[in-house]
Design a protein around this ligand. Structure first.
Ligand code: COS
Length: 382
């Protein structure tokens, strides 16, 4: 196991989450995948257990957990149910713009309800024509007296339509590139806010992914985060801090698939012996376990860098997300192979794990974007 520096309280918290994940989350995973309905019971469970409060400071009624504890919590949940782990990951993603760019009034107004889990959050950066090229967004915000009027739409938004508070990025100046992007807090019931199509997805099926539409949407000027033009930096700083959580989700999925492959290989008898007696299977398991452990080291390491206040962690965040998600794809694929025909069937969770793993290579920046972030850093800073 990786060396971790958790406080006693956090260690106990992670052990409790492990137990909750095994006993209460795991039995729901197949059904959540099958029905594709947002698991409100899982959201309530995470709220009641104080898990949704982990990414928030004590000052705003969170538990003030370390980033290491947050990624470990995501990992434990993802080991059994990626959709449930995403509830925690997106709570952090949608709220970090407030923590990073918000003033005391904005934090006091929104964070306590998010920390208690009464409210959920969403992060609206992506648009139909603006994915990897985040700066190509078209949504505009025009100041009119004490309000901003937003027009445009956001696509593929996790928690879209469910979240009470949305961190939305829009252009307040269309002539200065990324410096014209601003961040706003948009509540679900603001006039002119509506929900468009709800996507049908390959995996993380219980999570709602929606289009958000702004038609002369009225946002109070006091809901601007930071100053006009701060939006792109707030978005990038948020993603630097949440990509380790996606790495942790991938790590959890991969660990779940490895656990399954090991136990299946010890029980499956072919040619008169368990298939785990075959060196061909043993080598696969060894490679899978090594990828899982290497992912864990990268994810925990960057979380600890963030906890230490290290400012140069963007590259490590990208590495953790990229390596863990690429590994999760390989490990889940190998798990299906070890389970053979059973792996391909819905009777076992291996195929769900592979479908869930795929998104971790795509969201919060494709792995091609992560490579670009790593390479740019290498070239600029050596
Ligand atoms: N932290 C703080 N500031 C950052 C930053 C970071 N990690 N990355 C870039 N910036 C700043 C730059 O310093 C620059 O500031 P100045 O205007 O003061 O010079 C500004 O932001 C623009 O940076 P850059 O020129 O690098 O922007 P690009 O348009 O080239 O985009 C990438 C950079 C590709 C990294 C960005 O568009 C990106 O991350 N894309 C993926 C988006 C994504 O993850 N989408 C998923 C949606 S969430 S599910």
């Amino acid at each position: 196991m990786a060396v971790v520096h958790l406080s006693e309280d956090e260690r106990t918290m992670i052990e409790t989450i492990r137990e909750i994940a095994r006993e209460r989350v795991a039995p729901r995973a197949a059904e959540i995948d099958h029905t594709g309905k947002f698991p409100w019971d899982m959201k309530e469970l995470l709220a009641q257990q104080g898990i949704l409060g982990m990414p928030f400071p004590v000052e705003y009624e969170g538990t003030g957990s370390s980033e290491l504890a947050v990624v470990m919590a995501i990992e434990e949940l993802a080991r059994y149910c990626a959709t449930t782990s995403l509830i925690l990951a997106v709570q952090q993603l949608g709220s970090l713009p407030i923590l990073l760019g918000g003033n005391h009034e904005q934090k006091s107004k929104y964070i306590p309800a998010l920390a208690s889990g009464e409210w959920t959050a969403a992060f609206g950066l992506t648009e139909a024509g603006s994915g990897s090229d985040a700066a190509a967004m078209q949504t505009v915000a025009v100041r009119k007296g004490d309000t901003y009027i937003l027009n445009g739409s956001k696509r593929f938004i996790t928690n879209g339509g469910l979240a009470q508070v949305n961190s939305i990025f829009a252009l307040t100046d269309t002539t200065v590139g990324t410096r014209g992007i601003s961040a706003f807090l948009v509540e679900k019931d603001f006039p002119g806010f509506s929900v468009g199509r709800i996507e049908e997805k390959m995996g993380i099926k219980g999570s709602q992914t929606a289009e958000l539409i702004f038609t002369d949407c009225e946002v109070p000027a006091e809901n601007l985060l930071g100053r006009e033009g701060d939006g792109f930096k707030i978005a990038m700083m948020t993603l630097d801090r949440t990509r380790p959580g996606i790495g942790a989700q991938a790590l959890g999925i991969a660990q779940g698939a490895l656990d399954l492959a090991v136990s299946y290989s010890k029980q499956r008898i072919q040619f008169g012996k368990p298939i785990s007696d075959n060196q061909g299977i043993q080598f696969m398991l060894a490679d899978m376990a090594t990828k899982v452990e290497a992912s864990r080291l990268l994810v925990y390491n960057v979380a600890e860098m963030i906890d230490r206040g290290d400012t140069h962690f963007s590259k490590y965040s990208a590495m953790a997300k990229m390596f863990a998600s690429d590994s999760a794809m390989e490990v889940t694929n190998d798990a299906i192979q070890i389970l053979g025909g059973y792996g391909y069937m819905k009777e076992y969770p291996a195929e769900r794990m592979m479908r869930d793993a795929k998104i971790t290579q795509i969201y919060e920046g494709t792995n091609q974007i992560q490579r670009l972030v790593i390479a740019r850093d290498l070239i600029m800073n050596g």
